[in-house]
Design a protein around this ligand. Structure first.
Ligand SMILES: *Cc1c(COP(=O)(O)O)cnc(C)c1O
Length: 402
């Protein structure tokens, strides 16, 4: 290829300018990411997989209730897929079907809300809902540890964003007090995805009422797991307020894919007309909706599933704390083990994998600088042996005694 005259061979190409050096920098900082080769192993319903050629029990899946392999859930997906594999268009054109509506109604009844709208993922749901609710004239109050999709949604909304220290209700109140904006939106994770801690929603909801702010809760990790009926973090904390808007994903506890926004009818009506990540994308495939619908039915009719998940998590957490490992205040099925250094974290992940336990290491920018960690997620599908053996190997690899 010849270059236009006047440009020497030494000049970097347009692509070089955008890419060159950055991969190098990531590599040097131990921050380059690689997709692990994961192949699920039989038997179905166990957390076994071959990871990078090594057989391991997986302790970093968000399939909290083991529903991704539940026989009725898989059967529902297969039955729906016998019709059409894809939905063919957005919901507002021809992508809608009875299966989509049934799923929305089932989630509505399960969550005990007025209305529900499906999105193609939790990422889409946060982008769509937050950027629709908030605009240039809005001030958003966002917890510092909120999920990346919330951070991106805030940018997309063009609203003024105030970040408050994680779970710090006094700091939040300070910001609300100072605010001169008429339109205010508080956004928080229900369960913080990298810490496994629970947001102080009782206090946050009270502040929202007192200062005339709307409240949006991303309950990606609470939905299906926490609360008397598995409705999520609000139920867990006994917070009742029909104006609160909730997001939940169908790809975690519900073992399928997709997500939803649940709340007042008028919010859902506005999203249908204005949320670009809902309007300008193809509707979820019917098979995915059918699986999710069955999963919601199974999860809400069998409370033992979530109870076992949380009991398993309690056992793991107690074991780790007995070894003197810092689990950062985790109170849910997400249990971090603080390691600090990113390179050390990834080498710990490798060591554990060599011994048959897969726990992914989490590094910046997913977590703040200096707080790299192993992020353990516990599932109903883990057996007592899985847990005992994982704890023994964690003790071994971290040089602790049990
Ligand atoms: C996983 C997650 C999301 C995104 O959900 P997906 O359905 O996986 O796109 C959003 N928020 C939080 C807190 C999450 O953990």
């Amino acid at each position: 290829m010849t270059r236009p005259s006047g440009i020497t061979d030494a000049a970097p190409s347009g692509l070089d300018l955008l890419v060159d050096g950055r991969l190098e920098t990531l590599r040097e900082a131990g921050l380059e990411r690689e997709i692990p080769r994961v192949e699920p192993l039989p038997p179905l319903g166990r957390m076994g997989a071959k990871v990078g050629g090594r057989e391991a029990v997986v302790f970093c899946s968000n399939d909290y209730l083991g529903l991704s392999t539940h026989p009725e859930v898989r059967e529902a997906a297969a039955r729906a897929a016998a019709g059409r594999a894809g939905s063919g268009a957005s919901r507002l054109v021809t992508g809608d079907s009875e299966i989509h509506r049934e799923l929305e109604e089932r989630i509505r009844d399960f969550k005990g809300v007025e209305a529900v709208l499906l999105f193609n993922s939790g990422y889409h749901a946060n982008l769509g809902a937050i950027s629709t609710l908030a605009g240039r004239d809005t001030e958003i109050f966002s917890d510092r540890l909120n999920h990346a999709s919330i951070v991106d949604a805030c940018v997309l909304s063009r609203a003024r964003v105030r970040r408050y220290p994680n779970r710090d209700v006094d700091a939040l109140e300070g910001l609300l007090k100072k605010s001169a904006s008429r339109k205010k939106l508080i956004v928080t994770d229900g369960v913080f995805s990298m810490d496994g801690t629970v947001a102080p929603l009782t206090e946050v909801a009270e502040l929202a009422r007192r200062y005339g702010a709307a409240l949006y809760v991303d309950d990606a990790h609470g939905s299906g797991v926490l609360g008397e009926n598995g409705r999520g973090t609000l139920e867990h904390l006994g917070v009742e307020d029909n104006d609160i808007i909730q997001m939940g994903t169908l790809g975690k506890a519900f073992g399928s894919f997709g997500a939803f926004v649940a709340g007042p009818r008028r919010v859902i009506d506005l999203l249908v007309s204005r949320a670009r990540p809902f309007i300008f994308t193809t509707a979820l495939p019917p098979s995915v909706c059918a699986a999710a619908s069955k999963a919601v039915e199974v999860a809400s009719s069998d409370p033992t599933l979530r109870k076992r998940c949380l009991a398993n998590a309690e056992r793991v957490r107690r074991g780790l704390n007995k070894m003197g490992l810092d689990t950062l205040g985790s109170a849910t099925q997400i249990i971090p083990v603080l390691t600090g250094d990113p390179v050390e974290t990834m080498s710990l992940t490798e060591k554990l994998l060599d011994r048959g336990v897969f726990i992914q290491g989490i590094r910046p920018p997913t977590v703040p600088e200096g707080t790299s960690r192993l992020r353990i997620t516990v599932s109903t599908a883990h057996t007592d042996e899985d847990i005992g053996s994982a704890l023994a190997k964690l003790a071994d690899c971290t040089g602790r005694t049990r």
